[in-house]
Design a protein around this ligand. Sequence first.
Ligand SMILES: Cc1cc2nc3c(=O)[nH]c(=O)nc-3n(C[C@H](O)[C@H](O)[C@H](O)COP(=O)(O)O)c2cc1C
Length: 178
Amino acid sequence: MTSVMLCYMSRMGHTARVARRISESITDAGGRCETMPINEAIYEGLNWDAADVVVVGAPVIYGTYHKDVFRFISENQAQLERKPNSFFNVSVVARNPEKATVEGNRYMQKFLELSPWRPKDLKVFAGKVDYPSWSWYDTLMIQLIMKMTKGPTDRSAVIDYTDWNQVRAYGQHVLTLA
Ligand SMILES: Cc1cc2nc3c(=O)[nH]c(=O)nc-3n(C[C@H](O)[C@H](O)[C@H](O)COP(=O)(O)O)c2cc1C
């Protein structure tokens, strides 16, 4: 049975939901998946020997990624490179089809510039707009981003742009990396 280790960062919970759905898809397809927040992985460590495939996922926050994503990668680069691996990002800009590809998503390109680890496989997912859950500052800043990218600016908007069928398909795909 193929075992997948999925480490993720999530600021507001949406990437955590994506990670759970990937895990369910892997289990449904006959694999095994352990999901772990990156912070936990940093402080508790991982049983790398138990993983056949490693997946890392993170949301885009203000054009970049939480510093702990890069800390985790730097501290575990050799282990990551030893296994078949994949990285996915989550951003609302990926709601536009042309920005939902690895080449068209500038945040994925930025990840590749900043990360010392070069993932063997990459995936871009659209995330969630959730103004009511965001602080006034975040709301203001994201309204600005949305204005520039012709997205929703209504402060009451809650829009899940994630294609959950794509998330499920990605779960099946990572099993094939083993
Ligand atoms: C503070 C904040 C900043 C964000 N900045 C960006 C951004 O620069 N570009 C973008 O496409 N999405 C941006 N987003 C949208 C997130 O990537 C999206 O909401 C994602 O689903 C969040 O995942 P999480 O709930 O796991 O943190 C931002 C969201 C928040 C809350």
